[in-house]
Design a protein around this ligand. Structure first.
Ligand code: GAL
Length: 383
């Protein structure tokens, strides 16, 4: 009798799955296989041995600080997600970099084929210090679901200039004095910022690092892309072969452009970067850049968000449909066939009252006749 009941239960679960329970609808809560909203924000997805792993900020229902750590979910089909718990847990030791109550944001996990380690980079703010630490942190694990071992946190490139700055440009930057500027956004301030004023201000202590992503290129090289210099300027930095450090080669992108939430993909030899503006949890208009080389020059074009379809709370395309990007899934690179589009833009619709309940927004990236990316609202799409 017991056996029959169990079989019936298994059958019911199987039917529910194939009928589309767990199918994700944009603008609604996304249930995991336990029926709970997927609490993984600002993260990314990798595939390892036939299983997808989705990493993200595990956020509390109330409050802004990190109480648990970085969460991980697994899936065989990108639709039914199983909660695998906390991949990198906060520390209970007072004074530890990732002490409970710190802020861990925008975690990105990548697999390193050479070291056979899963490497996690994330934005770290120290407990009780608001957003002033502005550090990147590294953790690693032998298993995709962790436990990840916290390694260290740091600012970037102390004592190093961007590799593309000439001696003349460096000499100029050294004459700038960021702390003396009272009024931002004047033409003079802009000029100095674009010439590396904040790079010089933070030269000794290292460059700030907040919203970030990690990109692995076709040749296996990894890059850290981060919002730096008071969120004014993006930095693109090459990582070492083990992904645990920097080679020292980096560039400044779009100085004084105030870009956050960087996401990136490559199509037919062109790199595309989609970012947000800087308005905290509130949505703003996305920005897009393209380049033939990861090192630039990067050209800014119109936001890819188009169309008037009804979206989340009717946020229009010029408010990124209420969301802020976190990652771009390259389904081809992950060996997924039959999706509506090769690239999927993953974003968060933040809920600052209840961050754990922030919604997920996944939209296919299409291309117009000139090959420029376009993203339109849809409730659901073929995955
Ligand atoms: C956003 C950023 C988030 C988080 C938030 C805090 O602009 O993208 O990752 O830092 O600000 O207000």
């Amino acid at each position: 009798m017991k056996q029959t009941f169990r079989n019936l239960l298994v059958l019911m679960v199987l039917c529910a799955t194939s009928l589309g329970l767990n199918a994700q609808v944009n603008g609604e809560l996304w249930q995991d296989t336990n029926g709970k909203h997927i609490n993984a924000h600002g993260g990314n997805i990798i595939k390892y041995k036939g299983t997808f792993y989705w990493y993200g900020e595990n956020r509390p229902y109330r409050g802004f600080t990190t109480e648990a750590g970085v969460g991980v979910y697994s899936s065989k089909d990108l639709k039914a997600w199983k909660d695998e718990g906390i991949a990198l847990a906060v520390s209970e030791t007072a004074g530890h970099d990732i002490e409970r109550g710190c802020i861990m944001e925008r975690p990105k996990v990548v697999y390193n084929k050479k070291t056979k380690k899963f490497v996690m980079l994330f934005h770290l703010e120290l407990k009780g210090k608001g957003y002033e630490a502005a550090r990147v942190a590294f953790a690693e694990s032998d298993s995709p679901v962790g436990p990840f071992r916290y390694v260290r946190s740091t600012r970037l490139h102390a004592g190093k200039w961007p590799f593309d700055m000439t001696e003349e440009q460096i000499a100029y930057a050294k004459t700038t004095k960021a702390n003396d500027w009272k009024d931002w956004w004047t033409p003079e301030w802009r000029k100095e910022t674009e010439k590396g004023m904040y790079c010089w201000r933070d030269f000794e202590g290292g460059q700030m690092s907040r919203d970030m992503t990690v990109y692995i290129d076709d040749d296996g090289k990894a890059y850290h892309i981060t919002s730096s210099q008071e969120n004014l300027t993006l930095l693109i930095s090459e990582l070492t072969d083990d992904f645990m450090d920097y080679t020292g080669k980096y560039v400044m992108v779009a100085p004084d452009g105030q870009n956050e939430a960087p996401t990136i993909f490559k199509n037919n030899g062109t790199y595309w970067m989609i970012c947000s503006g800087c308005t905290g949890w509130a949505p703003n208009e996305a920005r897009m850049f393209h380049s033939k080389s990861i090192w630039g020059p990067w050209t800014q074009v119109e936001s890819p968000f188009k169309g008037n379809n009804a979206s989340y709370k009717n946020f229009p395309a010029n408010k990124t449909f209420g969301a802020q990007g976190t990652y771009i899934l390259d389904t081809k690179a992950l060996g997924i066939k039959g999706t509506e589009s090769r690239f999927i833009f993953m974003a968060d619709i933040w809920n600052p009252e209840h961050l754990s309940n922030s919604l997920h927004l996944w939209l296919p990236i299409k291309f117009d006749k000139d090959g420029t990316p376009e993203i339109r609202w849809c409730n659901d799409f073929r995955m």
